[in-house]
Design a protein around this ligand. Structure first.
Ligand code: CS2
Ligand code: MG
Length: 409
């Protein structure tokens, strides 16, 4: 059999998603997630203008060869647009192979290494009480791990905090509809944040005890020395991880943080190849790999990256916000179930409209996900349902310091 059709679907059931559909000559369909938050149309163009015609007539079983062809062939390598496009092809081909085998994908990756996938939820609140309320809500649903983000007095709306009020919220969405064609802007002050956060962790430990796994995302906003001080200050509160404390592209920044603290570190949601991790992994500067399958070249590349990390005692913490489509999420879950060095999986459930467009077979039970037993990835895009939602330009906000300087988001 060969690849007969390659189609790119763009839909916006509450947020934008780009999905690749590969159809073989005897009618097997595979799906791949190509969503790159705020830059969706670039990946769609890369796929339909530059990749689609090169796939027609290829043997769909040659996944490794196709990956190398798309990575090495065009001369230009890496970057989020290229690697999201390659990831979508890779996922779709694995979906096809597993459907042909009549098995859920995790079986082809070596079978299950665990019975369920521990996930963490996003608990947030504009102040401590709202945050505590959200944590309580997630605990009642059985979650054993929460990422906590809270408002900082003196700063307005900030990243990762649901503005929609207290309680368990499923509708926190970092990408905002573009105003006059531009991203919205937020204001940030690292000093105020650094003074506020340790007290929040102290209260969480007091109110929720030692069992709860607490995660926190710094969104690349600290300098190396600020991050070192922060990681040291919060050691008594035993975080599961501190994520993205410094800008991702500066791998050696984490040497300084490591010299000062034993707080576990996670990084990588903006990375797109194993080379972004080379120093971090070989020098053991991190504890968790945060890449998304969707942005790091797909299942083929992620499996190699996580095997490399395993040699250094580093575990997975695969990126799973709402800008990863249910197809990308399923790819993560199959890997999570199969690999030995699984750490934790991020889980931000999609809204109802998204789950009408993407029919999923993964299940949630008391803080654990399972990819299900459907052959392939276990997610199908309903193209009719998808056609009701047109692309809507939306961006992550731009972040500025109080004096107007552009800062990391
Ligand atoms: C966040 C994301 O999930 C996370 O850890 O950092 O919400 C991130 O802001 C978005 O995925 C950006 O597209
Ligand atoms: Mg993050």
């Amino acid at each position: 059999m060969t690849i007969e059709r390659v189609d790119v679907n763009i839909t916006s059931p509450g947020r934008n998603f780009v999905t690749l559909k590969i159809t073989t000559s005897d009618g097997v369909v595979g799906w791949g997630d190509a969503t790159l938050n705020g830059r969706e149309l670039s990946v769609a163009s890369y796929l339909s203008d530059h990749i689609a015609s090169t796939l027609i007539g290829r043997d769909e079983d040659r996944i490794e060869d196709t990956w190398q062809y798309l990575y090495r062939g065009p001369y230009w390598r890496r970057g989020p647009v290229t690697m999201a496009a390659i990831a979508a092809v890779d996922m779709a081909l694995w979906d096809i192979k597993a459907k042909k085998a009549g098995m859920p994908l995790y079986q082809l990756l070596g079978g299950a290494s665990r019975s369920g996938i521990r996930v963490y939820a996003h608990a947030s609140g504009t102040d401590y009480d709202a945050l505590a309320n959200a944590i309580t809500g997630y605990r009642e649903l059985g979650y054993t791990a929460v990422r906590v983000q809270t408002g900082v007095p003196g700063l307005g709306q900030i990243y990762g905090v649901s503005a929609s009020g207290p309680g368990v919220r499923y509708d926190y969405e970092p990408a905002k509809r573009a105003e006059n064609g531009r991203p919205t802007e937020e204001t940030w002050d690292t000093r105020t944040y650094l003074n506020h956060m340790p007290g929040i962790f102290a209260r969480i430990r007091e109110d929720f005890g030692t069992d709860l796994r607490i995660l926190h995302d710094g969104h690349h906003r600290m300098t190396p020395i600020e991050a070192a001080r922060f990681a040291k200050d919060i050691e008594p509160y035993d975080l599961f991880w501190l994520e993205d404390c410094t800008p991702g592209e500066d791998q050696t920044a984490l040497r300084l943080v490591r010299q000062h603290s034993t707080t576990p570190l996670a990084i990588g949601e903006v990375f797109n190849t194993v080379f972004d991790y080379q120093t971090l992994i070989t020098e053991r500067l991190i504890d968790y790999v945060r890449s998304a399958v969707t942005h790091t070249g797909g299942i083929t590349a992620m499996k190699k990256l996580l095997d490399f990390a395993a040699i250094y005692g580093i575990k997975s913490g695969i990126h799973g916000p709402t800008d990863i489509s249910p197809v990308g999420m399923a790819a993560a879950l199959h890997l999570d179930l199969a690999i030995h060095n699984f750490g934790i999986q991020e889980y931000m459930p999609h809204n109802e409209q998204t789950l009408e467009v993407f029919q999923t077979s993964f299940t949630f039970d008391r803080g654990f996900l399972h990819p299900g037993e459907a052959p392939g990835l276990g997610v199908e895009l309903d193209e009719d349902a998808a056609s009701a939602f047109d692309y809507t330009k939306a961006y992550l906000p731009v972040n500025r310091l109080t004096d107007g300087t552009v800062h990391d988001w």
